[in-house]
Design a protein around this ligand. Structure first.
Ligand SMILES: NC(=O)c1ccc[n+]([C@@H]2O[C@H](COP(=O)([O-])OP(=O)(O)OC[C@H]3O[C@@H](n4cnc5c(N)ncnc54)[C@H](OP(=O)(O)O)[C@@H]3O)[C@@H](O)[C@H]2O)c1
Length: 341
């Protein structure tokens, strides 16, 4: 198989960034044999600087860095600028694993614009830039004939976007319903076992399912952003966060969950959008669903999504790992798929 070398720049070396670097090491042979790809890490950025040039380095040497923080590495540069790396290296893919800021989109928004203006594809796990400027970023990417892929930002390993964009091609997606946040689904499942909201919340923390600051999750914003990105991409909309009515599960009375359970039903935090003649209607809210609902069995920290279409009926996918390794695997899949075509 003919081999192609692709340069990567990694923004963010936290849980997901490190998991991606580990995967690059682990999957080197498979990427060459099955996809003809050799992924060459050029630079890794953190908030305080970056490691550059990484091209000649063995990935295992980066991973073996005793501080695991990179800044003690001889190639660490505290004043490294993204512009200089984008200029010096042959364009490939910028991978954004920086923190999500849903209000400003930064730091990812500036990185993404710079990369797309410099001939680099962007693959991102970071919801922030997409939440703030989705339509303009997509236009910039397509105007420059570049890919902007974001599976890792919407549902990590659950291939919600791939199914919506590829498998449902030619259909009209009439509505979407999704359980798109594993933390809240876990909390609701624990409440279904008789726990209060705060007990279930603490359990999610203790098991490492909830992030240190899970406010976006439990207030429903994480679900809302994912719904927005999926709906805009798959249904061709230009929704903004303000167009979605959002209600989370904070301090949800345990009786509501218990009542649903005693009736053989289940309470889920659902993201929903449907086309109406007046325009799309989108919401995030706790909803009671019965056994006939396709997402009834999506339990614990799992996620799932149902597409309602005009010609293929309703299709549901669920499962996939909800952790940094699952998110990193989604990033790797997006990188591979850019070059598949
Ligand atoms: N964790 C998951 O399971 C998961 C799943 C799907 C999507 N995501 C998304 O993936 C992204 C990364 O998540 P994470 O859990 O890996 O976060 P994290 O552990 O907090 O790591 C974030 C990394 O970004 C770096 N960073 C911050 N500001 C930066 C800047 N201006 N330039 C370059 N790098 C910068 C941080 O640098 P320092 O080390 O210097 O602070 C850190 O290395 C987030 O947007 C998150 O929402 C996470």
């Amino acid at each position: 198989m003919a081999q192609k070398t692709i340069n990567l720049i990694l923004m963010g070396y936290g849980n997901v960034g490190r998991a991606l670097v580990r995967l690059l090491e682990e999957k080197t042979d498979r990427l060459r044999a099955s996809h003809g790809l050799s992924l060459s890490l050029q630079a890794i950025f953190k908030s305080t600087g970056g490691l550059f040039p990484c091209a000649g380095l063995e990935i295992k040497d980066i991973l073996d860095d005793p501080a695991a923080g990179l800044s003690s590495h001889p190639l660490w540069k505290s004043n490294l600028s993204l512009e200089s790396v984008l200029r010096e290296a042959e364009p490939g893919v910028l991978v954004d694993c920086a923190p999500s800021n849903l209000k400003t989109g930064e730091p990812g928004l500036t990185h993404t614009r710079l990369a797309l203006d410099s001939g680099w594809h962007v693959v991102t796990a970071n919801k922030g830039p997409l939440a703030v400027d989705f339509s303009a970023l997509r236009r910039k990417a397509s105007g420059n004939r570049l890919a902007l892929k974001f599976s890792g930002a919407v549902a990590a390993a659950l291939p919600a976007l791939d199914v919506g964009l590829y498998s449902l091609a030619g259909t009209e997606v009439l509505a979407i319903e999704g359980i798109l946040n594993g933390t809240t689904n876990f909390i609701l499942a624990e409440m279904g076992k008789g726990r209060s909201y705060s007990e279930a919340f603490q359990e999610a923390r203790a098991r490492g399912i909830a992030e240190p600051d899970p406010a976006y999750d439990v207030e429903g914003w994480d679900t809302a952003v994912k719904l927005l990105l999926i709906a805009n991409a798959v249904m061709g909309l230009e929704l903004r966060l303000a167009d979605i009515s959002v209600e989370g599960i904070v301090d949800l009375p345990a009786e509501l969950v218990e009542r649903a359970r005693s009736e053989g039903k289940s309470l889920k935090l659902l993201g929903r959008i449907r086309r109406e003649q007046s325009g799309p209607i989108a919401s995030v809210a706790p909803c009671t669903i019965d056994r006939t609902h396709p997402l009834f069995g999506v339990d614990g920290p799992a996620k799932g999504i149902t597409y309602f279409t005009d010609t293929m009926g309703a299709l549901t996918i669920s499962g996939g790992k909800s952790d940094p390794r699952g998110a990193a695997a989604a990033l790797l899949k997006d990188i591979i798929n850019i070059y598949r075509s």
